[in-house]
Design a protein around this ligand. Structure first.
Ligand code: SF4
Length: 460
C-alpha cells in the first residue's frame, strides 16, 4: 500500500532528544570538543553590569558567529534565521529546542557594541591557538607568512582624490570619515593615497592577482607549517609595506603570548626586503626562507654587483680589474659613518684606477668611477641567498602553498571575498573570526582523519 504523509504535524507531545539527533561525526560536534569559552566569559565579566536587565548571552553570540563563519553564512539576518531552524546549529548554540534566538538587530547591536571594545574576538582566537598548541598541533619549527586582499564594503562611486580629503567639512561627513580624519591628525600623515573612499576611508585602492582593482584590506596570516594552524592574523589596509610590517607585529605577539619563536620563516619576495631580512637574522635569529629582494642585477651587459668580490676583513670590494672599491674615499673634516638615508654604504673605485682600466666600457661606461651601494643588512641578505641554495629551501617553497590554500579556502568555502563590516576594526573582527573558524575546522578534520603515520591527540 502506498504510504501517506500525516495530515498535520500538531502532535501534543514529542519524544525527541536534540543530543541524539546530532550525529557523532557532525562538524559542529567535533568543533565543540575544541571550544572552551569559560575563559572568555571571565574576560568579558568586566564589560557587564552586575545589576539591571539580563543581557544577550555573550557565549551565544560567539557560538552563533562561529556557525556563521564555519558555514559561510555572511548575513546576520540569515544567520539568526538559520540558528532558529537548523537543529545542529541549535545544539551547538546550546539553545535546545525551545531556546529563543535573538533577532538580527539585537544581534548586530551587541556585536558592534561592547564586543568590539572588549577585544573578545582576539581572546577567542588566541584561546583556540592555545588549545592547538596544547594538543601538539603547533611545533613552532617553521612559520610561513603571506597576505591576501579582501574587498572592502566600499562604494566605488563614492570616492574622492586623496588630496581633497583634508578639506572635508567635519560636520557633514559620516562617523567613519571623522574617525579616519582623527587618525590622520594623530599620525601627522601628510601624504595621502590618490583615491580615498568616503564609505570606508581606511581601505586602499589596490589590484588583486587577477588584475581587478577595488578598495581592499589585507588579511595577513602567520601559520605553523606542520599542520597549517594559523598562529596569528593581522588586518592592514591593502598596502605592501604595511603587510610586510605586520610580520614583525605577529612574530613578536606570538613570542609574547605563547613563548614560541620559529627557527625559520617562509615568505615570498615581498618579505625579502633588506630591513626585514636584517631584523629576522640579526635581531631574532630566525632563518629567512625568503627570496632576496634584489634589483642590483644589470641587464645591459655591464658588470653587476655579483661580479665584484666582497672582502669582509678589508671592508672593501675587489673588482674584475683587480682593484679595490673602498668606503669614505677622500678626506673629510667631520667623522662620517657613511650610511645613506637608504641604509646603504657607498663603496667607490679610485678615478686613477678606472681611467686606465681595460674593462671601463663594461664596468662604468657613463661615469668616471664605479660605485657600489652595499646595504647595511647585506650580511643578512647573504644568509638568505645561501639558504635559497639548500634542499630545505625547496621543501619550504612547497610548504608556503599551505598559506595560499588557506586563503583559497577563506574565499571559496567561507565566502569571505568581501567584508561586511567597515573600518580597520571591522576588518580586524572579521579576519579574527574567520581565522578562528579555519583553525577549528582544521582541528576537527584532523581529529576525524589524521594524516598517515601520525597519531592525533584527542581533545580533553
Ligand atoms: S673600471 Fe674601475 S671598478 Fe671597473 S673594473 Fe676597472 S678598475 Fe675596476
Amino acid at each position: 500500500m502506498m504510504g501517506q504523509l500525516p495530515p498535520d504535524q500538531n502532535a501534543l507531545f514529542y519524544d525527541f532528544c536534540l543530543e541524539t539527533h546530532v550525529p557523532a561525526d557532525h562538524l559542529l560536534r567535533r568543533i565543540d570538543a575544541f571550544l572552551d569559552l569559560d575563559n572568555l566569559r571571565r574576560h568579558l565579566a568586566d564589560f557587564y553590569s552586575l545589576t539591571g536587565r539580563r543581557s544577550f548571552n555573550p557565549e551565544l553570540m560567539i557560538r552563533m558567529l562561529l556557525v556563521g563563519y564555519c558555514y559561510g553564512i555572511r548575513s546576520e539576518r540569515r544567520l539568526c534565521e538559520e540558528a532558529h531552524l537548523n537543529l545542529a546549529y541549535r545544539w551547538f548554540c546550546r539553545l535546545g529546542l525551545e531556546g529563543s534566538v535573538p533577532d538580527h538587530s539585537t544581534f548586530s547591536n551587541n556585536r558592534h557594541g561592547r564586543f568590539r571594545d572588549s577585544d573578545a574576538f582576539r581572546h577567542l582566537f588566541e584561546g583556540v591557538v592555545e588549545r592547538a598548541i596544547a594538543i601538539g598541533l603547533v611545533r613552532g619549527e617553521g612559520f610561513a607568512v603571506d597576505s591576501s586582499l579582501i574587498r572592502a564594503d566600499a562604494n566605488y562611486e563614492r570616492c574622492i582624490p586623496g588630496s581633497e580629503f583634508k578639506t572635508l567639512d567635519r560636520e557633514t561627513v559620516s562617523e567613519v570619515v571623522q574617525d579616519y580624519l582623527d587618525t590622520l591628525a594623530i599620525d601627522g600623515q601628510t601624504k595621502l593615497p590618490t583615491k580615498l573612499s568616503l564609505t570606508d576611508p581606511h581601505s586602499r585602492w589596490a589590484a588583486n592577482r587577477q588584475g581587478a582593482a577595488d578598495f581592499c584590506y589585507a588579511t595577513n596570516y602567520l601559520i605553523d607549517t606542520d599542520y597549517g594552524v594559523i598562529v596569528d592574523v593581522e588586518a592592514t589596509p591593502a598596502n605592501r609595506a604595511e603587510e610586510v610590517a605586520s610580520t614583525r607585529v605577529m612574530i613578536e605577539r606570538v613570542e609574547a603570548r605563547f613563548d614560541i619563536t620559529p627557527q625559520r620563516l617562509i615568505g615570498d619576495t615581498a618579505y625579502g626586503t633588506a630591513p626585514m631580512l636584517g631584523w629576522l637574522v640579526e635581531d631574532k635569529a630566525i632563518d629567512p626562507h625568503v627570496p632576496v629582494w634584489d634589483k642590483s642585477r644589470r641587464k645591459d651587459d655591464t658588470f653587476s654587483v655579483s661580479d665584484f668580490r666582497w672582502d669582509a676583513e678589508a671592508d672593501a670590494y675587489h673588482c674584475p680589474g683587480g682593484k679595490t672599491l673602498k668606503r669614505n674615499r677622500g678626506k673629510s673634516r667631520t667623522p662620517r659613518n657613511g650610511v645613506t638615508k637608504d641604509d646603504t654604504i657607498i663603496y667607490r673605485a679610485s678615478p686613477t684606477d678606472c681611467r686606465a682600466c681595460a674593462f671601463k666600457a663594461r664596468c662604468c661606461p657613463n661615469t668616471s668611477i664605479r660605485k657600489i651601494a652595499r646595504s647595511i643588512y647585506e650580511d643578512a641578505r647573504d644568509v638568505a641567498r645561501r639558504i635559497t641554495q639548500t634542499p630545505e629551501y625547496r621543501q619550504s617553497a612547497c610548504e608556503r602553498k599551505k598559506v595560499e590554500m588557506l586563503f583559497a579556502h577563506l574565499k571559496r568555502i567561507l565566502k569571505l571575498d568581501r567584508l561586511r563590516l567597515r573600518g580597520l576594526s571591522g576588518a580586524r573582527d572579521e579576519f579574527l573570526l574567520a581565522a578562528t573558524a579555519q583553525n577549528l575546522r582544521r582541528m576537527a578534520k584532523l581529529m576525524a582523519q589524521p594524516p598517515p603515520n601520525r597519531r592525533m591527540p584527542t581533545p580533553a
